[in-house]
Design a protein around this ligand. Structure first.
Ligand code: BG6
Length: 370
């Protein structure tokens, strides 16, 4: 049931706020103590973990990439991201102290399942982050942390992505708690900030939909798009690029903005749309200026620039042709809001082109072959 929306994808994007809210519910108490009682790995085993490897495909892998920035910062252990289909064919280094985190919306992706089987055979523990109760990936894992995004029907994943980030962040905060790498107050503060994210996402849905739709109609004939970001904005850029490929059949590529001068800038020609995820300018964030100069660089070569930026950012306003605004929020949490305009942009572009947004050509919701 589309509940009055034109498509499941439209409905599911509008469920981004509740996906975040529901994934947080019941996972910590009033004092900010994380409680992952459902995860049957004892605290001592968690304390021993010295490396995390995330295995996933598509959107789920980008959620894992976002989580790397937060978990390494909070827990001070290395986090690697590996596309599940590459993982077991290269003899990865796995020990009993490695935690393999398998992220999957459907819980049935064969590539991810084969990767987790390999990890368990090598003696590592596997924790699944999954949206589908009772599916194969959680059943075959040592533990599961469910994302409570609700059933996702549209092939292109949206609300599951934000829920996966939240679940991975809860795991990171739990590790920080048992390993004492963050103070209780710090964990409490991050949880408070996470709790505010649903309303920030809602703000984007309420205030930016019209300008995103306008932008989509301006760019309807574009043959290709580039997406740029840095730090957590980098995986968001790749996710934005993936959404547009999947449902609008547009050639897109997501890049780390710093890589621009090492190659991708050669692609920029007159009128080329370039979508840039701009980090906050607060706290004299050095990356802000670097990303703004990336906008200037591509604009000087004729690009049509679209920025996703924090409300009131004077540089985004000055340099980008179009700005999709998002409310102020901490850098590590910004992917939860920054991805929303990119989901809407892909939806609008596909609808304007007359495509079936829920069932894009050649794709399946869960790919159960290797
Ligand atoms: C793909 C889907 O084939 O599988 C993507 O089309 C999805 O949308 C990817 O991100 C991974 O799926 P899952 O269910 O393992 O998260």
């Amino acid at each position: 049931d589309k509940g009055g929306w034109d498509s499941f994808m439209d409905k599911e994007i509008h469920e981004d706020p509740s996906a975040v809210r529901n994934t947080l519910i019941g996972r910590f108490d009033e004092d900010g103590e994380i409680k992952l009682d459902e995860v049957h790995i004892d605290a001592e085993a968690f304390r021993q973990i010295d490396k995390i490897i995330v295995v996933a495909c598509g959107t789920a892998s980008y959620a894992g990439m976002v989580a790397k920035y937060a978990i390494e910062h909070w827990v001070r252990i290395p986090v690697e991201i590996e596309l599940a289909h590459e993982f077991r064919y290269r003899d990865p280094i796995l020990t009993p102290r490695t935690l393999v985190v398998a992220i999957s919306q459907s819980g049935e992706t064969m590539d991810t399942l084969m990767a987790l089987r390999h990890a368990r055979e090598q003696g590592s523990r596997v924790l699944a982050i999954c949206n589908t109760q009772g599916s194969t990936i959680p059943r075959e894992s040592d533990a599961v942390l469910y994302t409570h995004a609700g059933p996702e029907i549209a092939v292109a994943s949206t609300k599951a992505f934000v829920a996966q980030i939240v679940a991975a962040y809860l795991l990171g905060l739990y590790l920080a708690q048992v390993k004492c790498t963050l103070y209780r107050d710090e964990i409490h503060q991050i949880l408070d900030q996470l709790k505010q994210m649903p309303e920030k996402i809602q703000w984007v849905l309420d205030h930016e939909a019209e300008s995103i739709n306008d932008a989509a109609s301006k760019m309807i004939n574009a043959k290709s798009f580039l997406f740029l970001g840095r730090h957590v904005g980098y995986p968001v850029a790749m996710e934005g690029a993936l959404k547009l490929k999947e449902i609008a059949y547009t050639f897109t590529e997501g890049f780390a903005a710093g890589e621009l001068k090492h190659g991708p800038i050669a692609l920029v020609e007159e009128g080329e749309p370039v979508v840039v995820i701009v980090p906050s300018s607060r706290g004299r964030n050095v990356l802000h200026n670097k990303v703004i100069s990336a906008i200037e660089e591509v604009k000087a070569r004729g690009a049509f620039t679209i920025a996703v930026a924090e409300v009131g950012d004077p540089d985004a306003e000055k340099y980008a042709d179009i700005v999709f605004w998002r409310p102020e929020c901490p850098t590590l949490l910004s992917p939860l809001v920054d991805v929303v305009p990119l989901q809407l942009l892909a939806l609008d572009m596909a609808e304007l082109k007359g495509y079936d947004v829920d069932k894009p050509r050649n794709l399946a919701k869960s790919v159960t072959v290797e």
